[in-house]
Design a protein around this ligand. Structure first.
Ligand code: FES
Length: 681
């Protein structure tokens, strides 16, 4: 071919360019240059995945004048695609458009196989879309007396010819549909191939979408996200309570149940699997997808959830040395987990890290990538156990701390889950000791007009985790609670909200009353103690990791989980749950475990990455560490017995900073006035 019959083709955004003979299909040019353009149908103008746009204009850098007219006219197949809505107006199918002159070709993100999927729900890094399963459309040769090969052989030949796929594995369950699929579709089929090595599904004709589910098995809730593996989009999400909760709210209760009841572990395994099946059906239904089209599932959970899901005995996780059955990532047919999905569907469980630090923490790490930073990152996933990761690109440490369920509102006298009617925000006037609060489902503060009307009949039903943390932090800031956590009974003289309950005192946060038909909501001494124990466990675990890392401060704190997204970090820090840190550097990582499960679903390389990273994590076992108890005792104080919290003190006046005699007197007067008002009310 002479040089005069060649054209310069420049692809954007990659910048790759090359000279090609007139008549070369754009897709072929792209392939030769290594430009990433998607295709399921193999250039048959069927899938619409290979769309590009020819840009008009003069480009000095490349020295070309580009025009859409430098591509061949649309042929019949392309026009059919355009009329059928599979080709966007102005775009061309790169498998059909031929090069007839210099041209700049823009490859939109939607046509790139390995495109970046920006996670809308999460601030961190976009995910590079590269799922473990890809679709391949192919045309088999018809069998005849002269070509007597079997169906499978002809399928393998077609896949090798069209896609260069050879030596593929298969099993009987996916082979069964092959015979009817090819005969019902003029010998055209779409094949789903996993990891370039195994056929996992076969459909007649063209199929251009497949789906995957990311499952986060928490001890309290289970969440399932259905993703389109072609676009990375989350199509539907659903969640439910973990039905195992009836055997105990916290992990150790479930381990005990499994130890004390011969059928206990099996019962819990069946329940969690049934719940996942139910949720997958729900999300598939919401998205209008057949459950049989869900071909890949990733699952994360803490070690006890992980073992129960797999049907492994969780008992050794109940006592030192807290041995895992395996800390490796596990890949297996989804049917082995009792999931009612397609026969070829595989499940991937992220690796666990240590006896109490599970695949959920591995997923949080995958979402947060602390190894990409030089700064000291502290990542905390608060559930019935707090899982803690500390470090940076140089070193990462992980531990778990037994916080118990108090942060979720359990073990609190008026505690409840964060559901409509639960107090979730609290403020207390330090002068009058009068509270105001907001409840889940309401938009008004309790001292604003219309608050009661907005709540309706339901009224105020209890207090949830974020509410109890704010309530106790505000009680401390108002001087109602002393640094040792004791509710100061001497204030009962000046505020009717401080009530005697035998040898201890309580604080009346909400009066309830006959109108509401509900009892008042008190913060009792036992509630303060439950929160102190939980926060001391969390702080001590964090401190232990900081000691091991040799740091006395952290640069950034990320709080994962539903709890992390609800609490006001300022009040969590006032309580001493977290180490002193610039509040601007403390943020919610939202549902990082679920996000990590989705990343593993959408990007196969991320699986190898997290498998490698968890091997490098230094595990610290808090339960048997001799320093844990010492840190725990110091952390029982609010905010802490020995840490002064200088950074927090710049934005919050902590008790002891001195309010002045005049202010104290005025406060006493105001309390008296509010006492009179409350009694009258
Ligand atoms: S590759 Fe399928 S339409 Fe072009």
């Amino acid at each position: 071919m002479s040089a005069a019959k060649q054209a310069l083709v420049v692809f954007s955004p990659s910048g790759k360019r090359g000279r090609f003979a007139f008549g070369t299909p754009v897709l072929q040019a792209a392939r030769e240059l290594g430009v990433d353009i998607d295709s399921v149908c193999g250039g048959r103008a069927r899938c619409g995945r290979c769309q590009v746009e020819a840009v008009a204009g003069s480009f000095a850098k490349e020295g070309i004048i580009s025009s859409p007219r430098h591509l061949s006219d649309m042929g019949e197949d392309e026009l059919v695609c355009l009329q059928g809505g599979r080709l966007k107006a102005g775009n061309r199918l790169s498998c059909q458009a031929k090069i007839l002159g210099d041209v700049r070709i823009d490859v939109p993100a939607s046509s790139q196989v390995h495109r970046q999927v920006v996670r809308k729900d999460f601030e961190a890094h976009p995910v590079k879309l590269d799922p473990v399963i890809h679709l391949y459309f192919t045309q088999l040769t018809e069998p005849g007396l002269q070509s007597p090969q079997d169906d499978l052989q002809r399928l393998m030949q077609a896949l090798d010819r069209d896609w260069g796929l050879s030596g593929l594995d298969w099993d009987l369950s996916v082979l069964k549909p092959l015979r009817s699929a090819i005969r019902g579709s003029q010998w055209q089929v779409t094949v789903a191939v996993r990891d370039g090595t195994r056929i996992v599904a076969i459909w007649p004709g063209l199929r251009d979408h497949i789906y995957g589910a990311a499952v986060d098995v928490g001890s309290t809730t289970i969440a399932v996200h259905l993703c389109d593996l072609a676009s990375g989009e989350v199509l539907a999400s659903a969640g439910s309570m973990n039905p195992q909760i009836r055997f105990g709210e916290d992990l150790m209760s479930r381990v005990s149940y499994a130890m004390l009841n011969p059928e206990g572990a099996g019962q819990m395994t069946r329940l969690v699997r049934a719940a996942i099946n139910e949720l997958v059906l729900q999300v598939a239904d919401q998205a209008g997808v057949e459950p049989g089209e869900v071909l890949e599932v990733t699952l994360v959970g803490n070690p006890v959830m992980h073992h129960l899901l797999l049907g492994l005995d969780p008992a050794p996780l109940g006592s030192a040395p807290f041995s895992l059955a395996t800390d490796h990532a596990i890949e297996l047919p989804a049917t082995e987990l009792g999931l009612r999905l397609a026969a070829g569907t595989r499940a991937y469980l992220l690796p666990c890290i240590a006896g109490h630090v599970g695949a959920d923490t591995a997923a949080v790490m995958l979402a947060e990538t602390p190894w990409e930073s030089d700064r000291i990152n502290l990542i905390i996933d608060v559930g019935t156990n707090a899982e803690i990761v500390l470090g940076n690109g140089a070193r990462l440490l992980a531990a778990s701390s037994p916080t118990g369920p108090a942060f979720e509102g359990a073990q609190i006298s008026a505690g409840q889950r964060a559901a409509p009617g639960a107090i979730e925000r609290v403020r207390i006037d330090p002068a009058t000791l009068e509270p105001r609060f907001k409840v889940v489902g309401g938009s008004r503060w309790s001292d604003e007009p219309g608050f009661a009307d907005e709540l309706g009949k339901q009224g105020v039903t209890g207090i949830c985790g974020s509410g109890i943390i704010e309530a106790i932090a505000c009680m401390y800031l108002a001087g109602i609670i002393r640094p040792d956590g004791v509710i100061d009974g001497t204030l009962a003289d000046s505020s009717p909200r401080i009530e005697s309950s035998g040898r201890t005192f309580s604080y009346l946060l909400h009066q309830g009353g006959p109108g509401e038909g509900q009892p008042g909501i008190h913060i009792r001494q036992s509630d303060v103690r439950a929160i102190q124990l939980a926060k001391a466990a969390l702080h001590a675990g964090t401190q232990l990791l900081m000691d091991r890392l040799g740091v006395d401060k952290v640069d950034r704190i990320r709080l994962a989980g539903a709890f992390g997204s609800h609490i006001d970090v300022k009040y969590a820090m006032v309580l001493g749950m977290l180490p002193d840190c610039d509040l601007a550097q403390v943020s919610s990582a939202d549902n990082a475990a679920g996000t990590g499960a989705r990343i593993a679903l959408l990007n196969k390389a991320s699986r190898r990455e997290i498998e490698q990273r968890v091997r490098q994590v230094e595990k610290v076992e808090t339960a048997v560490d001799k320093d844990f108890q010492r840190h725990f005792v110091a952390a029982m104080h609010i905010p802490h017995a020995t840490h002064a919290y200088p950074v927090l003190s710049k934005v919050v006046r902590l008790p002891g900073a001195g309010a002045g005699a005049g202010a104290a007197t005025e406060n006493r007067h105001r309390r008296r006035r509010s006492r009179t008002k409350l009694q009258k009310g």
